[in-house]
Write a protein that binds this ligand. Structure first.
Ligand SMILES: Cc1cc2nc3c(=O)[nH]c(=O)nc-3n(C[C@H](O)[C@H](O)[C@H](O)COP(=O)(O)O)c2cc1C
Length: 351
């Protein structure tokens, strides 16, 4: 058989040279680029009795410097002692072991050593040698360190963003509160109306900062729409408003969230302002997303009047829609309610 022939050949060559130099297996171990060593556990402190060239290249020591020493000379101050203890226990129990140890070269530089140690027994089970291979896996650790650094930087950014958001929200709330006070001081209904519009816009922006930022800094437009609509209905002081929300989750870019919060606020406050006074109001906010974009619709019931092109906040609304490369349509549903429909392209607002 071929393998038997192979072994016979090996044994013959070994016998003929006594040194094992002619043995193709020994030659392969010597020549391989994988660092390898053999230790002799029958000698005091299990010293290295063979080290190949790849091991010497990896560690920077000469053969003379490593032969006769226990491998622990490769360890240093930052080597993980728990991992060393695992190796120690496996060696005492004559078991295979795989460990990853921080090792030090002769010049003091470090590398992460993926170490595989196996005991070699004879037919009677007597321990003869330990055989080990060492693989430099520092690249993998460098990648992991880089990933940890990026993660830490991104955590710090998220923290900063939260803090900035917190302050912005507080400032907006303070401005809104000041305007509410100012509005209370004024007897002029036109001034009070103008201030109410401004307060609504500020509250819409504050709603944005109340929301937790989504993954990758994106926002959920459905959450934003709910927050803005509910805030404005609350602020209207009317308890006869029914809010009907039909919102599919849509993730939008952080820089589109501000303009969209204002679009929502303009459309919802328009519907609230224009609703027939002293009659219960039903408002619907609908949001649907597709691959091509987002459709946002604000509907009211029996709205009394068609908005004026340049009044009623429509100029601001149209400016915001243009800024987001969107479109606005206005029509009436069969029951006479006003429908404001916005289309925004995914490539402009999508996260
Ligand atoms: C064959 C063999 C190869 C070893 N190679 C390494 C090595 O490359 N790096 C290392 O830190 N430890 C290596 N060790 C482990 C140490 O020699 C030693 O067993 C370990 O430090 C635990 O024992 P100690 O607590 O007495 O030091 C090897 C052990 C054996 C048996």
């Amino acid at each position: 058989m071929e393998s038997e022939d192979g072994w016979q050949l090996t044994e013959r060559v070994r016998a003929s040279t006594q040194s094992g130099r002619g043995d193709p297996f020994a030659a392969a171990v010597r020549a391989t680029r994988m660092p390898m060593i053999i230790t002799d556990p029958r000698r005091l402190d299990n010293p290295i009795v063979f080290a190949n060239d790849a091991f010497l290249a990896l560690t920077g020591y000469t053969r003379l410097e490593v032969t006769g020493r226990n491998c622990r000379f490769l360890q240093g101050p930052d080597t993980d002692l728990t991992e060393v203890a695992r190796v120690r226990d496996a060696i005492a129990a004559e078991r295979d072991i795989h460990a990853e140890l921080l090792n030090y070269r002769k010049d003091g530089s470090t590398f992460h050593n993926a170490l595989y140690v196996s005991p070699v027994h004879d037919e009677d089970g007597t321990l003869l040698f330990f055989f080990a291979s060492q693989l430099d896996v520092s690249d993998r650790y460098a990648l992991r360190d880089e990933r940890d650094r990026v993660q830490a930087a991104s955590d710090a950014n998220a923290l900063l963003l939260r803090e900035v958001g917190h302050r912005a929200r507080n400032d907006l709330q303070m401005i809104s509160a000041m305007l509410v006070l100012q509005s209370g001081d004024s007897a002029d209904p036109a001034v009070r109306d103008a201030l109410a519009v401004a307060i609504g816009r500020i509250d819409a922006l504050a709603a944005l900062y109340r929301m937790p930022p989504g993954g990758d800094g994106g926002h959920d437009l459905a959450e934003l729409a709910r927050e803005v609509a509910e805030t404005l209905v609350d602020a209207s002081g009317r308890d006869d408003v029914t809010l009907d929300l039909d919102l599919a989750p849509v993730t939008i870019r952080a820089d589109a969230a501000g303009p969209l919060a204002l679009v929502l606020s303009e459309a919802v406050s328009h519907a609230l302002r224009r609703a027939v006074p002293h009659r219960p109001v039903r408002l619907a906010v609908r949001l649907a997303g597709s691959d091509s974009g987002v459709v946002l619709r604000v509907e009211d019931e029996r709205s009394s009047a068609w908005p004026e092109a340049n009044g009623d906040g429509m100029a601001l609304l149209d400016m915001l829609v243009r800024q987001l490369d969107g479109q606005r349509d206005l029509d009436r549903d069969p029951s006479g309610g006003l429908r404001m429909t916005f289309h925004f392209p995914a490539k402009r607002i999508g996260a």
